[in-house]
Design a protein around this ligand. Structure first.
Ligand code: PHE
Length: 451
């Protein structure tokens, strides 16, 4: 079995590469697609406030904890840990929550990723018009041409799965390169388009909505959703960041990498919300349109832009790449895990997972059409998987806190974060206490309130 350390090819070739990879994993549909529609669904600014609060407190702390576990242990599932972790046998069994969360996550993520590919190709070949159209036109593309067409849904889910598998099979170098172009491109494109959107009549109403704070919107459901979204958007509780930590060199400053990753990931989410919600208000897009919000609003914005037909394919390409860098690491984590658990090579485990994801992805895709009658606890399978992911990522994140706070010696943790005294981290005690007591207690409290 391969062990992951700095001497082998899995180590990032540069510090920038490490941050880019971690950010690439974090920045994805969670920030561009999921955050804006959750903000809408849960009442605007209040939800955004809790999302930001959780991201920069709990999220950032857990991210650093996961980088630390990864680099200290060398792998996300505590293989060959020897004496590094107390009760490592029991913990390594509990860690099954990571790949399990990812199975639920990828089941719908791959479908939405397929949507981005659909819009990219359609925009590229010009089979979607971006010249003075209204939201109704784009609503019908989304609900009739996409969701209403099982063949298209399946085709794009399959294509996306195969694309992901191909890149994972090819190794890590490709991921770095994709992120190198994608991350600046996301910011530049979002920035340019925001300026245009904010000059639209009616968009200020959307801005007011994003920054409104209303105590009546503070519900347990909203709080759990905001917490889940903070974990989702930073890829926490899934083993992904632990894997990336394990690929990082001993000399890197994982604390500042965690801060940069959080800033960038949250930044993209804020940019996307600033774009989509005001535009939805300005164009009168049905703001309760849930998962379709981004896919109806964006094309409407493009049709109001000069050269919209050029910006549209570019933007959807960026979305495809953002989704891809996330699906890649999801498959990567699952493959490392499976390869070790059933003692097969990584390539065989990729193959097994691809078959599995194809089946699950297709079933999920069809939940919008022929299989929409299937419901679990009153939810369709898509919404059910999303709910499961929220809880499992939160649970996985708490487990990471427990590992760092309780099962690894405090000195080892301090040395790992401080690079054996070479770096200074002034609030290290506060961080350790948060990981050890505050975060697990706060999170459990929210979950009890929910139940
Ligand atoms: N953070 C990714 C996003 O926002 C999703 C993700 C979660 C990726 C967990 C990997 C692991 O889209």
């Amino acid at each position: 079995m391969e062990t992951i350390d700095e001497s082998n090819e899995n180590s990032w070739s540069s510090k920038l590469g490490f941050i880019l990879a971690a950010t690439g994993t974090a920045v994805g549909l969670g920030n561009i697609w999921r955050l804006p529609y959750l903000v809408n669904q849960y009442g605007g600014g209040t939800f955004l406030f809790f999302y930001l609060l959780f991201s920069f407190t709990i999220g950032l702390s857990v991210l650093l904890a996961e980088f630390t576990i990864g680099r200290y242990v060398g792998n996300p599932f505590l293989f060959n840990v020897k004496n590094k972790i107390k009760n490592s046998f029991i913990v390594s069994k509990l860690l099954y929550i990571y790949p399990l969360a990812l199975l639920f996550l990828l089941s719908f993520y791959i479908v939405v990723s397929g949507w981005t590919l659909f819009y990219f190709i359609k925009s590229l070949i010009g089979s979607i018009s971006y010249i003075s159209q209204n939201p109704t036109y784009y609503e019908s593309i989304f609900s009739e041409e996409l969701l209403g067409n099982p063949i298209i849904l399946i085709l794009f889910t399959v294509l996306f799965t195969l694309l992901t598998a191909f890149i994972v099979y090819k190794g890590l170098k490709g991921i770095e390169r994709v992120n190198f172009i994608m991350l600046p491109a996301i910011f530049i494109l979002l920035g340019i388009i925001i300026i245009r959107v904010l000059s639209l009549e009616g968009s200020m109403e959307g801005i007011a909505y994003i920054f409104s704070f209303n105590t009546k919107d503070i519900t347990v459901n909203a709080i759990i959703a905001a917490l889940g979204q903070a974990f989702f958007a930073l890829s926490l509780g899934s083993g992904a960041m632990i894997i990336f930590g394990s690929y990082s060199k001993r000399s890197y400053d994982i604390k500042s990498s965690a801060i940069q990753t959080t800033n960038l990931a949250v930044g993209v989410g804020i940019f996307a919300s600033l774009l989509i919600i005001p535009a939805a208000f300005a164009f009168n897009v049905n703001v309760s349109s849930g998962p379709g919000l981004t896919f109806v609003t964006l094309p409407t914005i493009f049709s109001a832009l000069p050269l919209g037909y050029i910006i549209a394919p570019l933007f959807f390409l960026v979305m495809v790449m953002a989704a891809l860098t996330s699906t890649i690491s999801i498959l990567e984590v699952c493959a490392v895990f499976l390869a070790h658990s059933i003692k097969v090579s990584k390539n065989i485990s990729i193959l097994i997972l691809v078959i599995f994801f194809l089946i699950v992805g297709i079933l999920q895709a069809l939940s919008f059409g022929p299989l929409s009658f299937i419901s679990i606890f009153g939810k369709n399978t898509f919404d059910f998987a999303e709910m499961m992911v929220n809880f499992m990522l939160i649970g996985g994140g708490v487990l990471s806190c427990i590992i760092v706070g309780w099962l690894i010696s405090k000195n080892d943790i301090i040395n790992e974060v401080n690079n054996n005294g070479l770096l200074r981290f002034r609030s290290i005690k506060l961080w350790i206490n948060s990981i050890k007591y505050i975060i697990p207690i706060v999170v459990l409290l929210f979950i009890f309130m929910f139940i």
